[in-house]
Design a protein around this ligand. Sequence first.
Ligand code: NAD
Length: 361
Amino acid sequence: MSYRVTLIPGDGVGPEVVEAAKICIEASGVEIIWEEKLLGAQAQEKLGSLIPEETLASIRKNKLALKGPVTTPVGKGFRSVNVGLRKALDLYANVRPAKSLGACNSKYDNVDIVVVRENTEDLYAGIEFDFNDPFASFLIDKINKGNIGKLSENTAISFKTISKKASERIIRFAFEYAIQNKRKKLACVHKANILKFTDGLFLSIFYEIAKDYKEIEAQDYIVDNLSMQLVLRPYNFDVLVLPNLYGDIISDLCAGLIGGLGLAPGANIGQTIAVFEPVHGSAPKYTGKNKVNPAATILSAALLLKHLQENEAARKIEQAVKDVIKENKSVTYDLKLNRDDPSSVGTLEMAEAIADKIKSY
Ligand code: NAD
């Protein structure tokens, strides 16, 4: 049986890590017909749109995509197409597991945390006004005259939005995920002491929904405290559910606990569509250098196979990644104790070592 899956190589190191994942899926014996599509600056150049309709149509049709990272200009230029894609397809749940793989550069063993991040709203809603935007001046005037607050002129404004609907569905998703994956605890992460309405709403919905899932221990942490606790005692944490921005930051922190962004896979899940991609970005300085760790994208491909119920193939890929990392021979620079270690290999060589292992099981 073969599957049809949309493939978005992305840019920066994207095409290299996506190729690595393709090699490993092929080695697992699962047959995939890839439908390659563009996204981001390349798509703008070739098709006149950052998120082309044909890319969306392909994902909607196949209901599945494997995606490499796509660059977003910092502080200027176009808005993130990664965020745009998740919104366009209503991929409301971003699942980012951080599981120890025996990497020698990792500070901890036996970390096993899953971040469930709300993917459609919060400060990522994309409602922003520059300091000199007339609408910002209008809002500032209303706020100052209404004694709601005291804002300076020339203040840039971003909206943080947390809705009941989006909070309910991500929190329910997280509890269901915890049950299906035989997890014990779910912690809601927030800053409701300060953000009483937005994060306060998220937190109150969490405890409301928790009543339906008595078998899962429901906890909550203020995000700053959680950051410290994760570094001190990562073993205390199981599944975390967070609004969008905290979810993004905390999943990078969790990647750091297991040895870095090169090891952290991710899935963006909606009602019927799922897009799999590593947590990391396009690492532009390494573009075309055959340098970065392909494991995060290979593990994202394994999550895609699990989604297709190809559990044995997914298990082999995960095992092969672990074995190659443990041997510490055919691994990229980031998995060496000394990052300048001349024995480190390139992206492709590490992928081939993983593929050879997969075939050997
Ligand atoms: P980044 O994840 O690209 O890089 C952060 C650090 O991690 C860098 O030092 C990088 O070299 C390292 N790193 C990243 N991936 C690695 C890998 N596979 N192996 C080894 N080391 C790795 O984050 P950034 O520098 O903040 O962002 C670069 C660009 O990527 C930005 O344009 C950003 O918007 C974009 N980005 C895209 C996505 C996505 O497509 N989903 C996610 C995050 C960032």
